[in-house]
Structure formats: C-alpha cells, structure tokens
Write a protein that binds this ligand. Sequence first.
Ligand SMILES: [Zn+2]
Ligand SMILES: [Zn+2]
Length: 308
Amino acid sequence: MISKPIITFYSTMEKYLTAFTDAFMNSVLWTWDSILFEVPWYMNYFWGLTIISLLVWGLEIVFPWRKNQSIFRKDFGLDAFYMYFNFFVFTIVISGVYKLLSLAFSGIGIQTKSLTIFDISELPMWLQLVIFFIILDFVQWFTHMLLHKYHFLWKFHKIHHSVKEMGFAAHLRYHWMENIFYKPLKTLGVMIIGGFEPEQAYIVHFLAITIGHFNHANIKITWGPLKYIFNNPVMHLYHHSYTLPQGSFGVNFGISLSLWDYIFKTNYIPEDSGKIPLGFPGDQHIPSNFGGQVLYGFKKMKSIDTEK
Ligand SMILES: [Zn+2]
Ligand SMILES: [Zn+2]
C-alpha cells in the first residue's frame, strides 16, 4: 500500500514534468513553424530577425562610418551565431523553466494579475504600445546600469564588451546569463501594466531589435535633436569605449532610448570620429571562442577577479 503523501508527491512531480516538456516542445515547434512561414508574419521572430539584420548590414555596406572596416569585421561569424543562439536556442531551453516557475508561483498563491498597477486596455492602441515600450526600456536601462555597477554581474556583461570592432551583429553578442538578469525586472514591468496582449509585445520587441541593431551598426546616425530621446550608434559606441571618464563605471547605458542617460546624467559623447578603441582593460583574457565564453564568469579566475 503506497501512502497518500507519496502519491501526491508523484502526481505533483508529474504535473511539473509535463508542464516543462510541453513548454519546451511548444517553443521548438513555434520556432520550426516560424522557419516554415507558418506563423503570422508579425510574430515571426526568425525571419523578422533575419530580414532586419540583412537590411542593417546592407546599410552598413553602402554607408559605412569607419570606411576601412571590413564587411566581415572581426568576430562577425561569432556574433552572427550569438544572434540566433540568444534568440532561439536559449529561449527554447529556458521556456520550460519559466513555465515551472509560474506553476510554482501560482502553487503558493501568487497570481501575476494581482500586480497590475496600470490597466492600459482602454487606451488607444498606439498609446498602449508607447507606454509598454517606455516602461520596458527604462527597466532595461536600469538593469544594464546594474550590470556595470556590480562586479558579479559585470563578469558576465564583459562578453558583450569584448567586441573590438563594432557592427550590427554585436548587438546580440552577450552571455546567456544576461537573459536571466534582465528577466525579473522585465517581467515585473510587464506585470504592473494590465490589459496588454502578447501580440503587441511582438511589435515592441521588433522595434527594439531594429533600434539595437542600428545602435551597434557601422553607420553614423545621430537623429539630430531627437538624440535626446533615441539612442544612436555614436552614443552607443562610447558605451563600448576602452577608456571611461575618470571615476565612472560606465556611460550611455541606454537600450532604445537615450532619454534616461540625459535624465540621470550618465550621457557622454566627447566627439564623433567613430575611431575610439573598444573593449576594457584586461579584455585580452576573454576567450575568443563561443564555448569558452559560455562558461566565462563562473570560473574563479584571478584575471576575472582583479579587473573591473
Ligand atoms: Zn554595457
Ligand atoms: Zn552594446
């Protein structure tokens, strides 16, 4: 005779395991359907990312800012691989884990809807999109600032800053742990706005990818007076500068908007030649291959712990 607590334990475990495998398989199938054009076009991340990348790359080739930079700049292949890795492989693997967490939260009585502070469902669609975009961008600006401020976060963010020649594909070169760091605050941001449909999140996400690709592109764009609102390649290049203003742990943390840097006085653009050295002191210790970079940040290395 098997006791009741054991049966309950097994049925709970089975519920969690099923939730995990269902979520994992759903993301595999969704990605596969996207590749085969079997999802609505505005939700097709695979081809969306590919088309946006080709467009921005085309503009880099026709209107280069640093004219002597190769079309296949240093680490182009690695960064192109990162684009798809961080976008799909990681999302597929982690989707099951998120499903488990949401089940666990609802098991202890936490419902995501209970956190809604602003219900924007009654507002015009364009205003809903703008509000969602602004809140999400601020949350990411703040998270990015923390990645620079705290040593244990910076260890992982160094992978993004190990880019030595800047181009659009560098946008999505980042350590997979960053997905985990950004997620809690982003989720909180989404939870406090009620009435927002997932389809709308796709539109905002596509916009953010396009702006992010441009911010890293080898194209000189400053947006004129709009530079106080929108981030741009000149501003973001200084975010990647090898040397920082004295006493600062970073400048220009903006993701899509530059607004937060101007408000919180972390803006810094001393000139716009585009020819500054990139990276950070000690970047020669960053592994040059993907495998080494995936594990970077976890190992206790003297070189990691002495640099900032
Ligand atoms: Zn950074
Ligand atoms: Zn960057």
